[in-house]
Every structure is written in structure tokens, then in C-alpha cells.
Unconditional design. Structure first.
Lengths: 226, 460
């Protein structure tokens, strides 16, 4: 097997523990893996941002925006938004190199187990792409990430085509109309899955719909904290 | 120039020129045009492997499987050329055959007024003959600084007179950037486009094109004449997909011209077997021999590099150089070392040497820095092998630090030595290989430089 990013050959160590209990294999070499930086240290309880305060100002603003009760319980992100991961994500998402998503498979699974294992009857809902965008890219990166997780996956959201989020400013993101449509009501706790948490506006649009439809708690799980 | 196209009523009257001879993805063409273009399968299944029909990739790990949302099937896509747009197994590749288009036959396209030396003229005549006869292949083996570009002019002129479509391909973007103005200057009436990653020209629709070999992946049976400059350079000789691309970009009846100063084993073998018509230009245009490198041993070389000190022997050499006004070009083996060496040269010798700058392939200002060095605004340039070939600085001394490193193979060392003494005003230059143990590559490099000098009639 070769490293998905630098194409160097990977040599797997074979020992008793991985012969008897096969684990998820890492698809990236050690050097490339080292450049992926995990979020660590003190972080905002709500949005996973690295900060000294307990809840960051943005999250307080969101709480205020929703009259004292934010629509998401909390967001958990795995990686820092470094230029290295930015390159990987750009090639994965925009150039469409689908296989690159497997770089994150192991870590994304592990951190899910650490963070969301306690939640009973949870279902994972990926943030959808508009039908135009899916025609262009041929796959949904959030859906791919959701498939790595050991919980039930439900595609119950759809999205109206609009401009790319990454091209908008913070103000535009927050004030934009809700682009999502919910097709089914459910009363389980929901974990929304996406690749990047930047302002949290997209995820909160989706969360608001779910809450209205009767979901008890909405959590969000994202790969990168932008 | 616009090729005249036999337009039928069926084809929408669009600017077809930009599609002439191109190999395209479905999303690169307007949908209404799709039915008029020839379709070929994008990923071919062979007996034991698959082959991407755009880049020629056959490696299993460079194919990915994607659950395609468009065709709702699990199928292959090519990961090797994904940067140029994804090739999907469920979509064909399209090309618009260039056969119907007629390119302009120029009367006298060459506006260059310079003259060639006798040896250059001889090579140039042979090239012109090869192009007019329509020979399949022809090799020009010319030493570094022989004036290869000038020798091409009359050949290109002959091709343009016959109304041929010509491509000058080279593995390196730096060389494309340098060639573009020189070729455009020589052929002022002929539109010339330069294609490389991030170039301003994107269309690739002109009759005369200068391109990196990577860019030729976009073309399909288009060129009558392909001139491959620096055929032995990285990555052409160790990436099989590039010769694949070049071969496909040629028309069935074509002439391929190879240019090199340091032919590799495979070419040398064909030369020895007389399977490849060629001409050898052993003298530089100013008639002086190639500078022969001096090997200097320095036992503590690796240690000093680790401890960020300059080896003493290098210090001595720098202070005792014959011609202190020459600029200094220092080659090192890795990107990391460029910065280190720059810093410790600055610490020790800044007053003596002046402005010291480092450059490498990932440097954003690399183009500007090379330009500054050429204009003598920089005195010392510390570089990786990116500057080993295709660039001309008038008056430099050259140092290779740790010449025993694997990146400096024989071809690289001969090319590096060829950076010195390139102008007629200062036709000599010192070349120093600093090493901690001779390698075959170093010995071979010196040997072949001497051999070339002998063939040029110098008894050194």
C-alpha cells in the first residue's frame, strides 16, 4: 500500500495484537501524518476552538442570537486548520480525489468514540450538497465522513443551490436564508457531520430545522475547526 | 493563426479553434458540442491492469474507486492527473480531430537577424534537412552553452514555411518561461503561446506552442513537429506518463527532435547502434572549451553542514578566487540546506560577498530572485538543482556543496558545470565540486566533460 498523500510505500508492522484484532489501517505515512495537527489544550466548550476562555465570544453571540439557548449542544472538531490540511481538503473536495478522504478515517472514528459514545440512540446526519453541486463533484464529503462512524446514518436533509459558503463573508453567512429542507421528522438525538466548522452558520441552519421538528439534542461533529 | 475549418451546418458556429487537437473532459466542453466530438474511453482495461487514456497511468495505487453520484455506480477514476480535472471511468474523453484544419504557411517567419557560428550552422542545416525530409527522429547533442535555441530557429522556420504545427516541449516550467520571449522575439509575426502550470496563456490554440511536457497531456494527435528540449531532465526520464503524453500529442506522421547536452544511457545506446540520426556540437558558441570541474575533498563536510559552519576549504577558495567580480552560484542537495547555507555564508562572508539569497522550487519569489541574480542585483545565489539547466547567467563561479549526494547524478553535474563561462565576455569560470568521497557520478561527469572538449578539438 502507498501513502495517499505522498505516494511513498507504507510498510505495515505485523504483530500479535493486529493479527488477532485487526484495527483500522492508517492510509497515510508517518511523515504526512505528523503534519496533521490535532486540536489540543484548552478549547471552547461549545465550538472546539482553541481558546483560554470557557466559552468563546462567538458562541456567546450565538446563544444571545437564539434567545439564551443555542440550537446546538456543542461542536467537536478534530484537526486544526493548517495549510497542510487545507491542501488535502482542497484536493479531496474541489479536485475530487475521493480516496483522500480515507486519510481521516481512523482518527475521525477514534475521536467519535471518545466524544459521542455516551449518547444513546444517536443518528448521524451529513450536511448535504445541492443537487447541482453533487452533479459537479460526484460525491459528498460529509456523507463520506459519516460513513466512517459506527452509528446509523440518515440522509434526511436536502439543500437548495446557492453560492459556495467558502466565498461568503461571516455577515453574509449568518444573514443568509436557510438553504436546507427537512424530509422526515425524528425525535432521536442527532449528530450533524460536516468537514469544516468555520462560523457555524451552516450547521446552525440545519440544527434549527431539526430542533423545530422535534429532535431532543443536536450535536455537530466536524473534521476541521476553521 | 486561425486554422481554416471545414464547418458543416451541424456544428454550432463557435470558436472551435480552442478545441483543435485537444483531449477534453466532459465538463470542459459546452454540452451542445459534445455530440460532434469523437469520444474515446477514458480508462481502458488491459489484461492485468488499467490505463488512464489521458496520462497513461497504469499504477494500481494511482487509481481510486468512487461511488459516483452521477451514474450511481462504483467505478474507477485516475488519481495521477486529478489536478488537471478528474478522469472518470463513466465519462468518455472527447477530442476534436485537427485533421481538417489547415495551418498558415508563412513566407518568411524568421525575424531573427543574428548569425550562427560554423559548427552551429552545420547542425542547423542538418536539422532543416531532417524537417524537410520528414525524418521520424533527430537528435541534437550540443554541449552546455552551445546556443541550442539559436540552432533551432532555422528548423522552426522551415517547419512554419511548410505550414506545420510545432511544439517545443521541455520538462521544466523555468525553461518554458525563459524560452517564450526568445522565440517570440525571433518569430515576431507568428503568435506563440507558452503553457505551464499557472501560465497566462491557457488556450493552447496557436500554431507554435512552447509547453511543459505535463501540459501535452491535453493534446491528441496534434503536432507535426515536436521538439523536446532537455530530454534527459527530471521528471521526463523517470515518469513514464510523460513520454506517453508526448507520443500521443504527435500526429501519426511527425518529426521528433531531441535536444540534450547529456544524453542518458538509452539514447547513447541507440547512438552507438546508429539507430538514431544525430548531430554533435562539441564547442560553445564563443569557441572556448567547457570549464572542467575541480574536485576538492573535505573530510568533515557532513559534520560542518550539520553544525552550520562553512568548511574551511570553501572559505579559503572563496577568498582566493581569481576573479572576485564574478557572481557565485552555490548548489546544495536539499531545500532545507539552502536556507542554512545562506545564513552561514552571511555570517562569515557578508562583507566580502555582498547580497546573498537562497532559492528553491517552493519559493514563491523564485522567478523574481532568478531575475535579480541575472541582473547582478544579487551576488551569491544558493540554490537546489532547480537551476541546474536551461538558465543562463553571464559570469559566474559555481560551487557544488556535497557533490556526492544522490541528487547530483552525472547528467546533473555536467549541467551544473555548464553554468559557468557562458558569455563571450567571460568565457571561463571556476567549477568546484566539494565532496567527502568521490562518487562514480563525479568521476563520470569530469570524464565526459573532458571527452566533449577533446571532440571539440581542445587538448585538455
Amino acid at each position: 500500500m502507498n501513502c495517499l498523500w505522498c505516494h511513498e510505500e507504507l510498510i505495515m508492522e505485523v504483530n500479535w495484537s493486529n493479527v488477532t484484532f485487526p484495527t483500522k489501517v492508517q492510509r497515510i505515512c508517518e511523515i504526512c501524518e505528523k503534519e496533521l495537527v490535532l486540536l489540543s489544550g484548552n478549547r471552547c466548550r461549545r465550538c472546539s476552538r482553541e481558546t483560554e476562555s470557557d466559552v468563546c465570544n462567538d458562541c456567546l453571540w450565538w446563544e444571545n442570537y437564539h434567545q439564551g439557548k443555542d440550537v446546538i449542544e456543542y461542536n467537536y472538531s478534530v484537526f486544526q486548520y493548517t495549510s497542510h490540511i487545507q491542501d488535502i481538503i482542497a484536493k479531496w473536495k474541489y479536485r475530487g480525489d475521493y480516496e483522500l478522504g480515507h486519510i481521516f478515517e481512523k482518527t475521525f472514528y477514534q475521536h467519535f468514540q471518545q466524544t459521542f459514545k455516551e449518547i444513546k440512540n444517536a443518528v448521524a446526519v451529513p450536511i448535504p450538497l445541492s443537487s447541482e453541486r453533487i452533479q459537479e463533484r460526484c460525491f459528498n464529503q460529509a456523507s463520506m465522513l459519516t460513513a466512517f462512524l459506527p452509528v446509523r446514518k440518515l440522509d434526511i436533509l436536502s439543500r437548495v443551490h446557492g453560492e459556495k459558503q467558502s466565498k461568503k463573508t461571516r455577515q453574509e453567512r449568518i444573514s443568509s436564508e436557510n438553504p436546507f429542507i427537512l424530509h422526515q421528522t425524528l425525535n432521536n438525538p442527532v449528530i450533524l457531520v460536516d468537514d469544516i466548522y468555520t462560523t457555524g452558520a451552516t450547521l446552525r441552519h440545519a440544527a434549527r430545522l431539526l430542533k423545530k421538528a422535534g429532535c431532543t439534542n443536536v450535536y455537530t461533529y466536524t473534521l476541521v475547526r476553521g | 493563426m486561425t486554422p481554416k475549418v471545414k464547418t458543416t451546418d451541424r456544428i454550432p458556429s463557435q470558436n472551435l479553434r480552442q478545441y483543435a487537437g485537444k483531449l477534453l473532459l466532459q465538463n470542459e466542453i459546452p454540452p451542445e458540442l459534445a455530440s460532434h466530438l469523437t469520444q474515446i474511453p477514458s480508462i481502458k482495461r488491459k489484461v492485468l491492469y488499467h490505463e488512464c487514456q489521458r496520462c497513461g497511468n497504469q499504477k494500481k495505487f494511482l487509481f481510486g474507486t468512487i461511488p459516483c453520484a452521477k451514474c450511481k455506480k462504483l467505478h474507477l477514476y485516475c488519481r495521477n492527473c486529478v489536478e488537471m480535472g478528474r478522469v472518470m471511468a463513466c465519462e468518455p474523453l472527447y477530442y476534436w480531430s485537427d485533421e481538417d484544419s489547415i495551418w498558415t504557411s508563412y513566407d518568411s517567419p524568421l525575424s531573427w537577424k543574428g548569425t550562427l557560428t560554423d559548427t552551429q550552422q552545420k547542425a542547423s542545416d542538418q536539422l532543416v534537412a531532417a524537417i524537410i525530409e520528414g525524418k521520424k527522429e533527430f537528435l541534437i547533442w550540443a554541449v552546455c552553452g552551445a546556443g541550442k535555441t539559436e540552432m533551432l530557429f532555422q528548423g522552426i522556420e522551415a517547419g512554419l514555411k511548410l505550414g506545420k504545427r510545432i511544439c517545443i516541449a521541455t520538462p521544466r516550467a523555468d525553461v518554458v518561461r525563459e524560452l517564450k520571449p526568445r522565440i517570440q522575439e525571433a518569430f515576431q509575426k507568428v503568435p506563440v503561446q507558452a503553457l505551464y502550470g499557472g501560465s497566462e496563456d491557457k488556450e493552447g490554440s496557436s500554431q507554435l506552442i512552447i509547453a511543459t511536457t505535463h501540459q501535452l497531456r491535453r493534446f491528441y494527435q496534434t503536432f507535426d513537429i515536436v521538439i523536446i528540449d532537455e530530454i534527459d531532465a527530471f521528471p521526463f526520464h523517470n515518469d513514464e506518463s510523460l513520454p506517453f503524453a508526448v507520443n500521443r500529442a504527435k500526429k501519426e506522421r511527425n518529426t521528433t527532435i531531441y535536444l540534450t547536452a547529456t544524453p542518458r544511457q538509452n539514447l547513447r545506446l541507440r547512438l552507438a547502434l546508429k539507430k538514431l540520426p544525430h548531430t554533435f556540437v562539441p564547442v560553445r558558441y564563443h569557441g572556448n572549451p567547457l570549464p572542467v570541474p575541480t574536485l576538492k575533498i573535505c573530510y568533515s563536510l557532513k559534520k560542518s553542514l550539520r553544525k552550520q559552519k562553512i568548511p574551511k576549504i570553501l572559505l579559503e577558495w572563496i577568498t582566493n578566487r581569481k576573479n572576485q567580480s564574478r557572481q557565485l552560484l552555490v548548489f546544495v542537495s536539499s531545500i532545507k540546506l539552502t536556507k542554512d547555507v545562506k545564513i552561514f555564508l552571511q555570517n562569515c562572508l557578508a562583507s566580502q560577498l555582498g547580497v546573498i539569497v537562497s532559492v528553491h522550487s517552493e519559493d514563491e519569489q523564485r522567478v523574481e530572485k532568478i531575475e535579480l541574480f541575472r541582473n547582478k542585483n544579487i551576488d551569491v545565489l544558493v540554490t537546489t538543482t532547480i537551476l541546474e539547466r536551461g538558465v543562463t547567467f553571464p559570469s559566474v563561479d559555481v560551487v557544488v556543496l556535497d557533490a556526492g549526494h544522490a541528487v547530483f547524478d552525472e547528467a546533473a553535474l555536467v549541467q551544473i558545470a555548464g553554468r559557468a563561462g557562458r558569455s563571450a565576455d567571460d568565457p571561463t569560470g571556476d567549477v568546484i565540486f566539494l565532496h567527502d568521497g568521490k562518487t562514480d557520478a563525479m568521476v563520470q561527469a569530469v570524464h565526459s566533460i573532458r571527452a566533449m572538449n577533446r571532440r571539440g578539438g581542445f587538448s585538455l
